[in-house]
Structures are given as structure tokens and as C-alpha cells.
Design a binder for this molecule. Structure first.
Ligand code: GLU
Length: 487
């Protein structure tokens, strides 16, 4: 069997989109499963929309997701260069081959002439298809147009190619995901493969690159199906082997519209900034169109690769459920080893002075606060009371919890007694138990006792384990805050 070689070919006109990440993942999985190669090619022919920042973002995001490529712009490979703009001198030869074989022709139409054609079609309520006006220009006519200063674009001759390789105008291929797909090529229209300024168009460059890079399978979004028909004809016209194609359903937002910024993050780097773990994100992305055979959805990419079969990908659209991603993320946060979690949380703790805590204290703080986190960034608002001398207390907590007579009694007693306590978590546990017992006898529920202490010292009525919190905050600060809460 021929070597499996797949690729992703992102255009660097934006940060890496989760949809592209899914396409990359399915290609990566298919390569892994078949001992094949996964190639990264940067399609930067549209210079105006391309930027180095986006190229870097594509590299960084794919790496962060663990989707490492075997061949690509940075790592090289036998069929480079892997950046389209560095391949411009490769394309003219194949344009010439198509011209020589009669599968392409020069088109001298001006943008204005083409616009007029389009308007006419629209006035007649017909879908626009290029009229082929330039297909049969004589040498003299061409010379005359050149003399006028016109530079030709090159168009692919659909009907010629179709006729040469198929029995009628119907073009059919067997999609790896969607099954048989067909089009009436009479509706396609001769498209430009080389612009008059000498740059190749996407549909042409992609075929030449896939052919020269020996790509065996092209797996990409279903928005490319109409391109695939055109590309198949170019492969055939060049006498090249046509790769197998598989088209993935679209990813839709929960409201079933196209996933866009207004639904939330869409770029991988945005998710990372927001505090999603890339392991959770890639696991979630895998489930957009693929389902594990054992029903066990939480899986590493390696485990998914074992189980992955391209013909089992769903051919329909998938819904991007942010809630499910959130659940997945909190699950992955809980699975992180504590040392790693400590490091991963640091970028979200920059507004605090971490040097206030020893490593042991920081570890303990993370241990008692990570469980409710959905995003790593949630840590920012979960821990302010571990830092600084004083805490902010909102009006309601002040009046309803701290200012009550019972709470004031609790706090006064706390300030007095705590001064003599040995400030370890273990000892605090015992002391607080006795302390609560004393107040229980006075008719104050243990819960209310702790509530008063928590509110005064953390400024909150809910939060992490109070004994551990006190131990981390330290005796001086704890007593200072309790004192400050006494009227
Ligand atoms: N540059 C194209 C895109 O970003 C690649 C399409 C393809 O995979 O052929 O959509």
C-alpha cells in the first residue's frame, strides 16, 4: 500500500481557529493510525491578508495542542519548501503544461467586462458561469489584445478536461466521510488558475503542492467540496494520481449558526488565554464529529489515535457546546498533578504577590482552591484573601454577617484566644473545634461561629477550607483582619 501522507494547509489570515485545529487533529490521527506522515503547509499566496504574527500563532497553537508535524516550513522535509510564497517559481511549468495540452487558455477579459457578464447573468436570474469568450481566440486576436497592453490570466478549461476523462458532464468521487458526491461540471465555469499578475490561485497552487508533496489523502472542511471537483479535474489533466478526499461537517455554535466571536472564543490561543487546558481542548475538539467506540469520552490524543477510523466520522455538522468544553476543562484541571497545576496557575496570579507565601503555603492554597475551577483563570477571583494585610468586605456581608451581636462576640473571643494558639493547620483544627464548642453552649451554632470568622478574615461567606486558609494566611494577618472587623 502507498504511504499515507496527509496535510493541513492553513492560510495565515488569522489566528488558528478551532475548526482548523479539528481538521489538523483528524489529519494527525489518520497519519498516526496508518503510520503515515503529517505535513504542515502554509498557504500564504494572498499576501495582503497574511502576517508573520498569524504564521507564528499557527505554529504555536498546533504545538500547544500536541499536533506535531513531520514535515513543514520549520522542520523541512523532502518536498519543500512548505511555504507557498516560496514556491512561486514551481507553478509556471504546470500552467504551461495545461496550456500545451489544451486544458487551459489565456483570458484577456478585463474586470469591467467580467462584471458586465455577471450583471447580465443576474439580470436573467441565472447563476454566473464564465462565458468562455476567450477560449478560442486566434493568435492574431491575442496579439492585438496584447498590443492594447492587456495581460492575460490563465483559465482552466473544465469541459475539455471533463470530456477527456469522463463519459458525460457528471463528475463523481467517493468521499471518505460523506460517501459518493457528484456535480454537473457544466455549472462550474472555467476558473482562473494564474492571475494576470502571475500569481497562482488557491485551486491551482493547492493541486500542484498536493501532487508534488505526494499527498495521499486530503481531509478538510466540507466548505471545500466545490473546490474539490475543480481540483480533481486539474489532477487528471496533469496526469497525476488523484488523492482520496474526505470532507468534515461544519462546526456550528449552540444556536446552529456559524461559530463566530460573538459566541465566545474561536481561536485556540484565545481559549488558552482564557484558561482552557490544551489537553482538554483537543479532547473536546476530537468529539466534534468523532465518538469513541467504548463511550469513554475523556481520552488523550494517543488513545484516540488507537481508536480512530476515518469512515466513522460523522458526516453531519457538529455543535460546539461551550458547556461541555467547560466540564471537560474542569475535569482536566482536577487530573493535573499538583506541581504542574501550581505552575499553570501562576500566569493568572500575577496581580498578587506570590512571595507572601512559602512554597508549602502556595501548594496548600492550590490544594484547597482548585476543585471548583472551571478555567485556570478562575483562580484569580478565588484567592484574593490569601494576600495582603486587609480584605475587602462588601456591604451585605458587613451588615448581615459581621455586624451582628453574635459575630462580634465570636470575633472578640477569637482575637483574644488565637493570640496563644500554635499556628499549624493541625493545631488550629483542634483549637477551632473547642472554640466552636464554647459558643455552642452560648447558643451560637458552630456554623455561625465559623461564618463570622470567615467573613471577617476572607471578606467572603464562602470559600476554601477555613482551617487551612487560616494556616496559610498566618496568625498576624488573621488577627489583624479579625480586629479590623470588630466595631
Ligand atoms: N488554505 C486553505 C484554507 O485555509 C486550505 C484548504 C485545503 O485544505 O485545501 O482553507
Amino acid at each position: 500500500m502507498e504511504e499515507v501522507r496527509v496535510r493541513i494547509a492553513p492560510s495565515p489570515s488569522g489566528n488558528l481557529h478551532v475548526g482548523t485545529a479539528r481538521t489538523a487533529l483528524f489529519n494527525y490521527l489518520f497519519a498516526k493510525k496508518n503510520n503515515g506522515k503529517f505535513v504542515l503547509r502554509i498557504e500564504d499566496t494572498d499576501a495582503e491578508r497574511t502576517s508573520q504574527e498569524y504564521i507564528d500563532n499557527i505554529f504555536d497553537s498546533l504545538k500547544a495542542l500536541g499536533l506535531n508535524w513531520d514535515e513543514g516550513p520549520d522542520v523541512g522535509g523532502p518536498y519543500g519548501p512548505y511555504t507557498q510564497s516560496e514556491r512561486f517559481d514551481i507553478y509556471p511549468k504546470y500552467v504551461q503544461e495545461l496550456l500545451d495540452k489544451g486544458f487551459a487558455y489565456e483570458c484577456f477579459c478585463t474586470p469591467e467586462e467580467l462584471e458586465a457578464e455577471k450583471e447580465e447573468a443576474s439580470a436573467n436570474k441565472k447563476p454566473y458561469v464564465y462565458t468562455k469568450k476567450c477560449e478560442n481566440l486566434t493568435d492574431e486576436e491575442k496579439a492585438k489584445l496584447r498590443a492594447e497592453g492587456r495581460k492575460p490570466a490563465i483559465r482552466f478549461n473544465i469541459a475539455k478536461a471533463q470530456k477527456a476523462f469522463h463519459k458525460d458532464s457528471m463528475l463523481v468521487f467517493d468521499d471518505l466521510v460523506k460517501g459518493e458526491l457528484h456535480v454537473d461540471t457544466d455549472l462550474l465555469g472555467d476558473f482562473v488558475i494564474l492571475k494576470s499578475n502571475g500569481t497562482p490561485t488557491y485551486n491551482f497552487a493547492v493541486v500542484i503542492d498536493d501532487m508534488l508533496m505526494k499527498i495521499s489523502h486530503v481531509i478538510r472542511g466540507e466548505d471545500h467540496i466545490s473546490n474539490t471537483f475543480k481540483q480533481i479535474l486539474i489532477f487528471e489533466a496533469l496526469g497525476a494520481e488523484v488523492p482520496k478526499f474526505g470532507h468534515l461537517g461544519m462546526i456550528l455554535a449552540p444556536d446552529r449558526s456559524k461559530l463566530s466571536k460573538r459566541h465566545g472564543a474561536t481561536a485556540v490561543s484565545e481559549f488558552v488565554e482564557k484558561g482552557y487546558l490544551t489537553d482538554a481542548l483537543i479532547n473536546f475538539v476530537a468529539l466534534l464529529g468523532w465518538a469513541p467506540s467504548d463511550g469513554q469520552e475523556v481520552k488523550s490524543v494517543d488513545a484516540i489515535a488507537q481508536d480512530f477510523r476515518i469512515n466513522e466520522i460523522s458526516s453531519s455538522n457538529s455543535i460546539f457546546e461551550y458547556d461541555k468544553l467547560n466540564w471537560m476543562n474542569s475535569h482536566y484541571i482536577k487530573m493535573l498533578p499538583i506541581e504542574e497545576l501550581k505552575e499553570r496557575l501562576k500566569p493568572y496570579l500575577t496581580k498578587y504577590d506570590l512571595t507572601e507565601l512559602s512554597d508549602t503555603e502556595y501548594t496548600r492554597m492550590v490544594e484547597i482552591t482548585y476543585e471548583p475551577l472551571t478555567l485556570l483563570s478562575d483562580i484569580t477571583d478565588a484567592v484574593p484573601y490569601f494576600f495582603g494585610d486587609s480584605v475587602e468586605i462588601d456591604e451585605q456581608t458587613q451588615t448581615e454577617v459581621i455586624d451582628t451581636e453574635a459575630s462580634q462576640d465570636v470575633l472578640k473571643a477569637f482575637v483574644e484566644q488565637a493570640q496563644d494558639w500554635t499556628w499549624t493547620e493541625e493545631n488550629l483544627h483542634e483549637k477551632l473545634e473547642v472554640f466552636r464548642g464554647e459558643f455552642k453552649e452560648k447558643g451560637i451554632k458552630p456554623k455561625a461561629t465559623m461564618w463570622a470568622i470567615r467573613a471577617a478574615i476572607t471578606g467572603r461567606t464562602r470559600g476554601a477550607d477555613m482551617t487551612a486558609t487560616l494556616a496559610i494566611i498566618g496568625k498576624d494577618k488573621a488577627i489583624k483582619r479579625a480586629k479590623a472587623a470588630i466595631k
